[in-house]
Every structure is written in structure tokens, then in C-alpha cells.
Design a protein around this ligand. Structure first.
Ligand SMILES: Cc1cc2nc3c(=O)[nH]c(=O)nc-3n(C[C@H](O)[C@H](O)[C@H](O)COP(=O)(O)OP(=O)(O)OC[C@H]3O[C@@H](n4cnc5c(N)ncnc54)[C@H](O)[C@@H]3O)c2cc1C
Length: 395
């Protein structure tokens, strides 16, 4: 079975490793030349995922045991656990690790190369690879995988569009890596901090995550309604946040960012002929907390199992049917509620009423929730205990 995976982020690289382990002939292509460049993701992850996914210490930039929420009026709320609740990954080092593992398992990894769909049938597909020096080459394979992230390059080139009844919630995240000193980083260490409300950024949220060596990742994400999708520059709200947090004097070591997008029910077409999508391209990200790394890797494991079981037989229709059944079977009510909450919260966050509602929600959580319970809410989508309080967001 020959497979070409376009995109060597968490989902594409993980899928390549799993397939190569089972003996498949795998080519993995990424337009990045160096896995450590354009480390666009903030990399917050619950602790459980680190061991489950086998991520080594070298990929971890820091650990955290507290949640810190800055509400719309600027009030700071904190929740602390006795033990670590999660990590902040160094996204560049995560990619580096995955690329090395892929090569070690026999994957042919072609970096610095953009792939474009050339031909797609039920029997196979061909893609054209564009190298940086202008050279191009054609590759034909039995299975082609779109792991290009939220841009969904290959799905788009194949003419597959989102389902209008289940539109994409989409946005852009921008993040700067700041070099703070011991004193400046003290208020942000051992916790992940979020900024919620229109005074920070309308239709979105901001964050500060700690990294190794007193470095801080400071970012904003903007998820406006579909009819207001031209956000303009996010540099201004980001600079404002940095200023309000007293971090303007910190040197900026890196600036990066990227798109995020997901549908709520994942009902858009994710397979056609020999083409299948995985990770962010297959709407695996959860946009309530802007979290997608572990879901992208889980989605890769699930597609690997299916390809290993079905792909050898080579029937595209059966494969597409099984993939759809699998995706539908995975839809828990929790996942859908968190998607609806995300859309309701980010699309509606553009006025003082929405700010006041957020303030009430945060105040309620302040009075009743513990740090582990907040993690359960935002990482396990455990909404039961907050049912009534969340109702205004769902209605
Ligand atoms: C600002 C920001 C902050 C985030 N913070 C977090 C966080 O704290 N925690 C978390 O879990 N998630 C976070 N996410 C989301 C997370 O990064 C993604 O869900 C995850 O990276 C998805 O993995 P993926 O492999 O599906 O796609 P990606 O990581 O996007 O990888 C896609 C790869 O495809 C390559 N590519 C694209 N098109 C082509 C082409 N035509 N040819 C060749 N190569 C191509 C790209 O270079 C890229 O390497 C964040 C996202 C953003 C934008």
C-alpha cells in the first residue's frame, strides 16, 4: 500500500509513523524546510495526553498547575491544583521529534516542498511537488492524505466544500514569543492565563503561556462570524494586551500565527476517491479552547487503524463509507455542546451584554470550581455540573 501524506504537522507526521510501522510505503511532504521554524501553535496540553501520546520531555517547554482568567473588567481569577495539570509544548521541538521518528520508521520525508493535487480517481491520485528551487515532480500513489491543517489545501483543490448546514467556525491566531526576565515572568509562571472580553479582543480571546528560560508566548485569536471574516491586523490588540500586562519592554524573539477552523458536526465531505483528510483539515480541532494538537494526533491514530484494516483491499468507496461511519460514531453530545458553546461565545462577543454574561460565568466558576474541575470542563467537556449556568450560551 503506497500512501502520500501532505502536511507533516502533528496529524500528518503521526499518521506517517503509524502506517510505516505497519509496513506501508509512506511519503510525507511539507512545505517547511526546517521543522523548528514557524512554530505557530501555543502548545497547551492536558497532562494525560502527554503520556498517552508518548511525547518525550524534550518537547515540553513548561508545566502548569493553575488557571488564570482575566475577565472583561480586568479582574483576575485564579484556580490552583496541588499537582501539575498540563504542559506547554515547544511546537517546533514537537515537529522535530515527529519528523525524526518518521524517518526512523522508514518514512520518506520530503521537506521544503509544496504539494498540489494533479489527478484524483477511485484507484489512486497524483500530486505535483513544487520545490523551492523551482523544480517540480509528479508522484502517483494509491492513497493521498490531506493533513494540511485548517487551510485544507487538497480538499479545496478536489472541490470539496464545507456543508452549508454545518459551517466552519474559522479564525486566525497570532502569537509573539517574548523574552521576559525572572521578575517579569513571575506573574505568568506555572499557570496558563486567558483574557476574555471585548476590552481585550472582540470575537476571541488572548493568552499568555510560560515557556523555558522566562520566555512567554503571548497571543490573540479572532473568531468572528462568517460574514465578518476580514479581521484586519491582530497586531494592535496583541500589542495592547502586552502593554496592559506590563510586558512592552520584553524583546520579541519570534512572531508567528496561523488559521484555525472546525465545523461542529464534522459533516463536511472528508473523503473523495483516493483522498482522505486528517487532523485540522478534518475538523478535529476544538475551538472552545483553541485546542487541536492531541485531537489531530488522535485523529491520525484512528485513520491509521482504518487504512491498515481497509486500505489494503483498496476499495475507495468502502473506505470512504467506513471513515464516515467512524466519524459519525465518534460524535458525542459533549463534543457538539462544546462546538456550539465556542460558536455562541466567540461570534457573540462584541458588546457589553456579552461581557457582563462572561463576567457572571467566570464569577460563578470562581465561587464553585476547582482547578482540576476547570480542566475537566475545558479538556474533557464535562458540562454536566455547569448545565444551568451554560444555558444562556446555548439558547
Ligand atoms: C495561534 C494558534 C495557537 C494554538 N494553540 C494551541 C494550543 O495551545 N494547544 C493545542 O492543542 N492546539 C493549539 N492550536 C491548534 C493546533 O496547532 C492545531 O490543531 C494542530 O497543529 C493541527 O495539526 P495538523 O497536523 O492537523 O495541522 P498543522 O499543524 O497545521 O500542520 C499542517 C502542515 O501542513 C503543511 N502544509 C500545508 N499546506 C501544504 C501544502 N500544500 N504542501 C505541503 N505542505 C503543506 C504546513 O506547513 C504544516 O506543517 C493553535 C493554533 C493556532 C493557530
Amino acid at each position: 500500500m503506497s500512501v502520500l501524506i501532505v502536511g507533516a504537522g502533528p496529524s500528518g507526521a503521526r499518521l506517517a509513523i503509524q502506517l510505516a510501522r505497519s509496513g506501508a510505503e509512506v511519503t510525507l511532504v511539507d512545505r517547511l524546510l526546517d521543522p523548528e521554524t514557524h512554530a505557530y501553535s501555543s502548545g497547551a496540553l492536558p497532562l494525560e495526553a502527554v503520556s498517552r501520546l508518548g511525547l518525550p520531555d524534550e518537547t515540553i517547554a513548561s508545566t502548569w498547575k493553575g488557571w488564570q482568567l482575566h475577565d472583561p473588567s480586568g479582574l483576575v481569577h485564579q484556580w490552583w491544583a496541588a499537582d501539575d495539570l498540563g504542559v506547554v509544548l515547544d511546537f517546533g521541538l514537537l515537529r522535530s521529534f515527529l519528523w525524526r521518528e518518521a524517518r526512523r520508521h522508514g518514512v520518506e520525508l520530503i521537506s521544503g516542498c509544496r504539494a498540489a493535487l494533479n489527478k484524483l480517481t477511485t484507484e489512486g491520485a497524483s500530486v505535483r511537488l513544487h520545490r523551492r528551487d523551482g523544480e517540480t515532480s509528479l508522484h502517483s500513489v494509491r492513497w493521498l492524505i490531506d493533513a494540511t491543517g485548517a487551510r485544507r489545501d487538497l480538499l479545496q483543490q478536489a472541490g470539496l466544500r464545507p456543508n452549508p448546514a454545518d459551517p466552519l467556525l474559522q479564525g486566525i491566531g497570532v502569537e509573539w514569543l517574548l523574552q521576559a526576565d525572572d521578575r517579569q515572568s513571575a506573574a505568568w509562571r506555572e499557570r496558563i492565563s486567558f483574557f476574555l472580553g471585548t476590552t481585550w479582543i472582540p470575537h476571541g480571546y488572548g493568552w499568555i503561556f510560560p515557556m523555558q528560560g522566562d520566555r512567554l508566548k503571548v497571543g490573540v485569536c479572532h473568531l468572528p462570524p462568517a460574514d465578518r471574516l476580514t479581521p484586519g491586523s491582530l497586531a494592535r490588540p496583541l500589542q495592547r494586551l502586552i502593554q496592559r500586562c506590563g510586558l512592552s519592554a520584553c524583546p520579541v524573539l519570534d512572531r508567528h500565527g496561523g488559521p484555525v477552523s472546525s465545523s461542529i458536526s464534522r459533516s463536511e465531505p472528508l473523503a473523495a476517491g483516493a483522498l482522505l483528510a486528517v487532523g485540522d483539515a478534518a475538523s478535529s480541532a476544538n475551538l472552545l479552547g483553541g485546542e487541536g494538537i492531541r485531537h489531530a494526533m488522535d485523529s491520525a491514530d484512528q485513520l491509521a487503524d482504518l487504512l491498515i484494516a481497509e486500505g489494503m483491499r483498496g476499495d475507495s468507496h468502502a473506505m470512504a463509507r467506513r471513515y464516515r461511519q467512524h466519524l459519525d460514531g465518534q460524535q458525542s453530545w459533549r463534543w457538539k455542546v462544546s462546538g456550539r458553546l465556542a460558536r455562541r461565545t466567540w461570534w457573540g462577543l462584541d458588546n457589553s451584554r456579552a461581557d457582563r454574561r462572561l463576567e457572571r460565568l467566570i464569577k460563578g466558576l470562581s465561587a464553585t470550581a476547582t482547578a482540576p474541575a476547570l480542566s475537566e470542563l475545558l479538556f474533557d467537556y464535562n458540562f454536566e455540573r455547569y448545565g444551568l449556568r451554560l444555558l444562556p450560551y446555548l439558547l
